[in-house]
Design a protein around this ligand. Structure first.
Ligand SMILES: Cc1ncc(COP(=O)(O)O)c(C=O)c1O
Ligand SMILES: N[C@@H](CCOP(=O)(O)O)C(=O)O
Length: 462
């Protein structure tokens, strides 16, 4: 299996190289050269398997010869052993034909754990084998950072630096990033919003001298392995509702477009998905673009679903690559236009995007109402991101096709918004009950590339 860049000018890599490389050297994102297919019989055979067994079958074709079957099985087993639910990703029924896929039973209570726990194991095995050391830098609006720190804390061959927007993550998210005491963990609170953090991260990847000197690696959804791990739960949930014998639809709370792009890959692999619905909060650039074709960031507005406060949605580039018929030059040109302020998707590409993705938006008030009503009707406490998904899913459901909404975080990560909406305080699981008492360790940093690179060089001795 080979991986190519969305901008068409970077070296073609195998799975291991693409995973350890992160951003392609032409600034693009790696995608598989061809998308492996699962037949009707292959998908039907997933029924009754454990999550780990299904994960092996879905991901195996993408790995190539990077790991043999035994190694890959062991990696998967270790990745999901720490999850707090035997099903890993259980489905809960909200309403007739409407289901919630709970993706928050991992160690840091967000869907990011599905990929990050796996990547932690994949990196450890690959680095041990080739004796390399890497410096992971990540940008987060709250959940990627905590999941990455949990997955890489204490690993000898890895330093992990996480840039988060100062004052714009929840207290639980911040504490998950600032309380680990391992010396390889560095939480950096940056001035600005998530888009600034992600822009500085990409600047670092595009500074080849810095990138090579520190051994830069990325675990944002820039990294193909992140997207791949998220493909699995589309299969397991759809099969448990009758796929491949019947179609299902998904609604996905969306920010950086990684999770919904994983759904798109599942569909391309052969999973009978009827509709993939992008659900945005008031930072609705993706909904506006899918509706009218214009992609023009106009400033992030803080919301009660802060992890989705994003306007420059990294993985949308992967969707554009597909919509433009895998034309790397066209994508490069769009990304140049984006740097200058924005772009318009061509009519042909917009039509392809709309054939694959529907979309909807949820205001702050609608988010609160959805949390309140869902709790009153079903007893299910939704986090604000999941509530955005549930509201949009209700509008977009089509009778006769089950709709699965992805519940992307545990309500206890956002206690203030949840309590304010429902009147119920969502408690943290017992294993985290002392989170508020632990000492915090964080460095305040400016939104300045040189200063960030200097800090990282000093701390890593490069
Ligand atoms: C809780 C939560 N929900 C939804 C999202 C959006 O996911 P994606 O960025 O993959 O679109 C994020 C952030 O990524 C998140 O942390
Ligand atoms: N919401 C994310 C933003 C980063 O997304 P990623 O999937 O590219 O890592 C977060 O919680 O940090």
């Amino acid at each position: 299996m080979k991986y190519i860049s969305t901008r068409g000018q970077a070296p073609v890599l195998n799975f291991e190289e693409a995973m350890l490389t992160g951003l392609a050297r032409d600034g693009g994102l790696y995608v598989p050269e061809t998308i492996p297919q699962m037949s009707h019989a292959d998908i039907a055979a997933l029924e009754g398997l454990s999550y780990e067994e299904a994960a092996f079958r879905v991901m195996r074709p993408f790995i190539g010869d990077t790991f043999n079957d035994d190694e890959f099985n062991q990696i998967i087993a270790k990745a999901y052993a720490g999850f707090g639910h035997a099903a890993r990703a259980p489905l809960v029924q909200l309403d007739s034909g409407h289901f919630l896929l709970e993706l928050f039973h991992g160690p840091t209570l967000a869907f990011k754990d599905f990929a990050m726990q796996l990547i932690g194991q994949l990196f450890e095995a690959a680095l041990k084998r080739n004796g390399r050391r890497v410096c992971i830098v990540g940008a987060t609006s709250g959940d990627t950072g905590s999941a990455a720190i949990e997955a890489f804390r204490g690993l000898k061959a890895v330093d992990v630096f996480i840039l988060y927007p100062h004052g714009r993550v929840s207290e639980v998210q911040r504490r998950q990033m600032t309380t680990p005491s391992e010396s390889n963990v560095h939480a950096l609170a940056m001035d600005g919003h998530f888009d600034d953090c992600q822009a500085r991260l990409k600047d670092m990847f595009n500074d080849f001298e810095f990138r090579d000197a520190v051994g830069l690696a990325g675990v944002n959804s820039i990294n193909w392995a992140r997207v791949l791990a998220q493909v699995v739960y589309y299969f397991t949930s759809a099969v448990s509702l009758g796929a491949p014998h019947r179609k299902v639809s998904f609604t996905v709370p969306t920010g950086n477009f990684g999770d919904i792009f994983a759904g798109y890959i599942a569909k391309r692999m052969g999973l009978p998905i009827d509709r993939l619905v992008v659900a945005t909060n008031q930072n609705d650039i993706l909904h506006r673009c899918l509706s009218g074709g214009e992609y023009k960031p106009d400033g992030v507005v803080p919301s009660i679903s802060p992890s989705m406060d994003i306007q420059v949605s990294s993985n949308f580039e992967r969707a554009l690559f597909e919509a433009y018929g895998r034309d790397g030059n066209a994508v490069s040109q769009l990304m140049d236009e984006l740097k200058a302020g924005g772009f318009n998707v061509s009519q042909g590409a917009l039509q392809v995007l709309r054939e694959n993705f529907d979309s909807g938006r949820c205001s702050e008030e609608e988010t609160r109402t959805t949390i309140r009503e869902a709790y009153a009707r079903t007893g299910e406490l939704l986090c604000p991101h999941s509530a955005v998904g549930v509201k949009v899913a209700k509008e977009q459901r089509v009778a006769g096709t089950p709709m699965i909404t992805l519940a992307t975080a545990h309500p206890a990560k956002f206690p203030a918004a949840v309590e304010d909406s429902s009147g119920v305080h969502p408690p943290l699981p017992d294993r985290m009950s002392d989170l508020y008492e632990r000492d915090e360790r964080v460095t305040r940093v400016e939104n300045d590339l040189d200063a960030l690179e200097t800090l990282i060089r000093e701390r890593t001795g490069n």
